[in-house]
Write a protein that binds this ligand. Structure first.
Ligand code: AMP
Length: 188
């Protein structure tokens, strides 16, 4: 199993860019936020357990996330793009251990960089178009805090492994996609 990761703060455009990449390269795609929202919508036991956390912009505990993602990936031999996982160093280490056991690897990590003011503007617009409950101003601030405190440390973690590609996330969707494709050129 070969895995690419797309990380970045809320509103950086991870989902938009990831969906374009998987359509182009035919990879498997796992967006943990989508998976969690669908559990909540279906009212499953997991959905009920995590609803308040997700709606308030807090991260779901590592154990639950690791269990969910490793079950989803299973023994697949495919190439996957993971969007929104890992989000903590604990999740990153669990993913590495999981892949080691399957002769898999993290091939490359792409971090989308967008200034905070633009992130907030984008998320407020998305709230109007998509109606996500966690796109309220208060919850956006919580999600940004969670990102800086728990997810941003992954940047130096993957940089130390020589796997990190910093992608400027501003400009049009096509411009950002082109930057990603350029960074991907030596993998595909
Ligand atoms: P997203 O759609 O990626 O913005 O995720 C929406 C919400 O789902 C986040 O604010 C968290 O509450 C939760 N979530 C998604 N992925 C993770 C993860 N890897 N670890 C913990 N919580 C997550």
């Amino acid at each position: 199993m070969r895995v690419f990761l797309i990380i970045g703060p809320p509103g950086a455009g991870k989902g938009t860019q990831a969906r374009l990449l998987v359509a182009k390269y035919g990879w498997g795609y796992l967006a943990t936020g989508d998976l969690l929202r669908s559990e909540i919508q279906q009212g499953t036991p997991l959905g009920q357990q995590i609803r308040a956390l997700v709606e308030n912009g807090k991260l779901v505990p590592d154990e639950l996330m690791i269990d969910l993602v490793t079950k989803y990936l299973g023994d697949s031999q495919a190439t996957y793009l993971l969007d929104g996982f890992p989000r903590t160093l604990g999740q990153a280490e669990a993913l590495e251990a999981f892949l080691r056991n399957r002769q898999g690897e993290i091939a490359g990590v792409f971090v989308l960089e967008v200034p905070e003011r633009e992130l907030i503007q984008r998320l407020m617009t998305r709230r109007q178009t998509e109606g996500r409950v966690d796109d309220s101003l208060e919850t956006i601030h919580t999600r940004l805090q969670e990102y800086y405190a728990k997810t941003a440390p992954l940047i130096s973690h993957y940089s130390a492994q020589g796997k990190l590609h910093r992608i400027v996330g501003t400009g049009s969707i096509e411009e950002v996609q082109n930057r990603l494709e350029n960074a991907l050129a030596h993998y595909v």
